[in-house]
Design a protein. Structure first.
Length: 340
């Protein structure tokens, strides 16, 4: 069995070829797709966060709205760039969204990815400490955020408060019990996956990672997951961790699918540079008739290692078509692979 959800980047563009032409469209359609996915029996609705882009950005209003409109489906991010985040304000927002959703929040966080602007986090008022990189700053923000989610009191109360305080030091409110165990780290390397395991975060491994061995993407990703699980076991955490991978997977079951994705054919991994120093490998897309697709996916070792699969959706094709994409996987592919 696998948990199967969708992952939307929430792209929008004022083009006649797009069904998502504004930021309003992207947000409202994201809510509608989450509702549709829940009705279809999917397990998760996840959203990517990008700043300075025509995509989804500030996640918590969206997560809270999805939480209010649904009752069962997990609601999450993949991922929030922690270089941009005030951990204290984020802990309040996350606690509120999780309480609205009834404890269904699954927050994916990370040090971030290549941006639309140069050092965008500086515009948000953040700057690495002397001798620190922006990636280290992001991980430090994450550590503070994790500590706050433990719900421990730390702030000295005002001796003359406007409203009565409970005794002792104060913590941030609202506090949501259990959210600390539902934080995921989006790891781009084996080392950061091991670091996440030591801190007790679940693991999100995307459709790209640092090219560390030159092997096929799914083999490198599977090795990353195994390294993460080994580090988790060594750390002695009491619970079992969760691991997700993201894939673009399209079952070609009608003429729309073939028109949109029939050209994908036998996709291959791609190699490129996400910055001046980091060579990355990007995983292939899958698009084929269901019987062919099933056999291709059987060979993906990283999917086999993971307990959660996030299907990246082409959100600009509209809610109805994306619900069809999700339903096709749930109906024609997942049962044959033992995911359902």
């Amino acid at each position: 069995m696998k948990s199967i959800g969708f992952l939307s980047f929430g792209h929008w563009t004022p083009s006649s070829q797009s069904q998502t032409r504004s930021a309003s469209d992207a947000l409202l359609q994201s809510i509608d797709l989450a509702v549709a996915a829940e009705e279809l029996g999917a397990d998760g609705a996840y959203f990517r966060v990008h700043h300075f882009a025509r995509q989804l950005a500030s996640p918590f209003p969206l997560l809270a709205a999805v939480g209010a409109r649904t009752s069962r489906i997990e609601i999450g991010t993949a991922v929030i760039d922690m270089r941009y985040e005030n951990p204290l304000y984020m802990a309040e927002d996350a606690g509120a969204a999780d309480l609205i959703a009834g404890g269904r929040l699954q927050l994916g966080i990370s040090r971030g990815s290549p941006e639309q602007v140069v050092d965008g986090w500086r515009y948000f008022g953040y700057q690495p400490a002397e001798g620190q990189t922006d990636a280290e700053m992001g991980r430090r923000h994450a550590e503070v955020f994790l500590d706050l989610l433990r719900g421990e009191s730390f702030a000295q109360p005002n001796p003359r408060p406007m409203f009565p305080n409970p005794p002792g030091l104060l913590r941030l409110e609202p506090y949501s019990e259990g959210l600390r165990e539902r934080i995921w780290w989006g790891a781009g390397s084996n080392a950061t996956a091991v670091w996440a395991a030591k801190l007790g975060m679940n693991l999100q491994s995307s459709t790209l990672k640092n090219d560390e061995t030159g092997e096929a993407f799914h083999l490198q990703q599977a090795a990353q997951i195994r390294a993460y699980r080994a580090a988790w076991k060594e750390a002695g955490h009491a619970r079992e961790p969760r691991v997700s991978v993201s894939r673009s997977i399209f079952a070609l079951v009608d003429d729309r699918d073939r028109a949109y994705f029939g050209h994908e054919g036998q996709g291959e991994d791609q190699v490129g540079f996400i910055d001046d120093r980091t060579r990355a490998i990007f995983g292939r897309s899958y698009a084929a008739e269901p019987d062919v697709l099933i056999e291709q996916l059987r060979k993906d070792e990283a999917i086999a290692e993971a307990d959660t699969l996030l299907l990246t959706v082409p959100n600009q094709l509209g809610v109805v078509y994306n619900a069809h994409v999700i339903e096709s996987i749930l109906t024609h592919v997942a049962p044959a692979l033992g995911w359902r």
